[in-house]
Design a protein around this ligand. Structure first.
Ligand code: DQA
Length: 146
């Protein structure tokens, strides 16, 4: 199947950004490991990162035209603000899993609400880069059952 990994703002800085919260792995490390794992499971994984909300909306819209079967997304700060990305995911009706590296529920109150969790297949928080791999595994099992 065709999978798409989307990472939101400031995740391009992973590795140097607040390593006590986000760890030492870079986004390139995470993307490479996930693409390899996807391939092992028989899928194709495209990756995308942007600091701009509109670019993420457009990438989600494009995913439908490309026939993307499943999306893994860490919307980063847009998790807590973006009706536009939520609406894009609803518009394309592609199932997705929401991933957060940190345990957003153990952090500031404003990180406790997500515009995505009620429309996601599921949400994985607080497990660091492992969360992306678990999300991929869940997507794989779900796609196999179709
Ligand atoms: C994050 C959590 C968000 O609250 C934050 O704005 C991020 C990263 C995470 O992966 O833990 O940028 O999505």
């Amino acid at each position: 199947s065709h999978l798409l990994l989307i990472n939101g703002p400031n995740l391009n800085l992973l590795g140097t950004r607040e390593p006590g919260i986000y760890g030492s792995a870079t986004l390139a490390d995470i993307e490479k490991g996930l693409a390899e794992e996807a391939q092992r499971l028989g899928h194709r994984l495209a990756t995308f990162q942007s600091n701009q909300e509109g670019q993420i909306v457009e990438r989600v819209q494009q995913a439908r035209a490309e026939g993307v079967d499943f999306i893994l997304i860490n919307p980063a700060a847009f998790t807590h603000t973006s009706v536009a990305i939520r609406d894009a995911l609803l518009a394309v009706a592609i199932p997705f899993i929401e991933v957060h590296l940190s345990n957003v529920h153990a952090r500031e109150q404003f990180r406790h609400h997500s515009y995505f969790s009620d429309i996601a297949v599921g949400q994985i928080v607080g497990l660091g880069p492992l969360g992306y791999r678990l999300a991929l595994q869940a997507a794989h099992e779900r796609l196999a059952k179709r």
